[in-house]
Ligand binder design. Structure first.
Ligand code: ADP
Length: 190
């Protein structure tokens, strides 16, 4: 299996790029944010809980997120592998992902990070908020809170995968097509 962690701050373009990569490499794309939004739309218990955190730009509690991720992986064990988008977001989640993949006799192949400056991120997210209908994109203080939490809890994961020789950084500024090519160049070399 090829298991890729697509990494980067909110607004880095993970979802956009995952859409192209999953077709190219025939992988299952799991976006934790998308799964939560699907549950919010369908007013499930998980959705109602997740919404109370997401609307403030905070992380959904780990045990809830990890259980949900485990269930998504379990549905697709016959696949070629996964693109994890929005997970892991802290070291506890990274440990949980290692454990989960190990239990299925596989592992993370690489973390590929999209690198984008903060002010570009804020502008991209606020612009997306004009049309996405996502409440967490529409408000500048919520957007900044998400970026703050990224630096406080998530960015450290770079070291986690770097130490395992699995970290690859890619410039996330440019045309969507150019960035896809940069990502493919990394993946084809794994
Ligand atoms: P973005 O990366 O642009 O912030 P996402 O769609 O990945 O957007 O995530 C939106 C929100 O969903 C996050 O701000 C957070 O509240 C919640 N979320 C997504 N993934 C996780 C996760 N792994 N752990 C906790 N909360 C998460």
């Amino acid at each position: 299996m090829k298991n890729l962690v697509l990494f980067g701050p909110p607004g880095a373009g993970k979802g956009t790029q995952a859409t192209f990569l999953k077709d190219t490499y025939n992988l299952i794309h799991i976006s934790t944010g998308d799964v939560f939004r699907y549950n919010i739309k369908n007013k499930t218990d998980l959705g109602i809980l997740a919404k109370s955190f997401m609307d403030k730009g905070e992380l959904v509690p780990d045990h809830v997120t990890i259980d949900m991720l485990n269930a998504e992986v379990a549905k697709n064990l016959d696949s070629n592998g996964f693109i994890f988008d929005g997970f892991p977001r802290n070291t506890l989640q990274a440990d949980a992902l290692d454990e989960l993949l190990k239990s299925h006799e596989t592992e993370v192949s690489a973390m590929i990070a999209l690198e984008v400056d903060d002010e570009v991120l804020v502008q991209r997210l606020l612009k997306r908020g004009e049309t996405s209908g996502r409440p967490d994109d529409a408000n500048e203080s919520v957007v900044r809170n998400r970026i703050k939490i990224y630096y406080k809890q998530t960015a450290i994961l770079k070291n986690y995968y770097f130490d395992a020789s699995k970290y690859y950084g890619v410039n996330g500024v440019g045309s969507v097509e150019d960035i896809t090519e940069r990502l493919k160049a990394v993946i084809n070399n794994l």
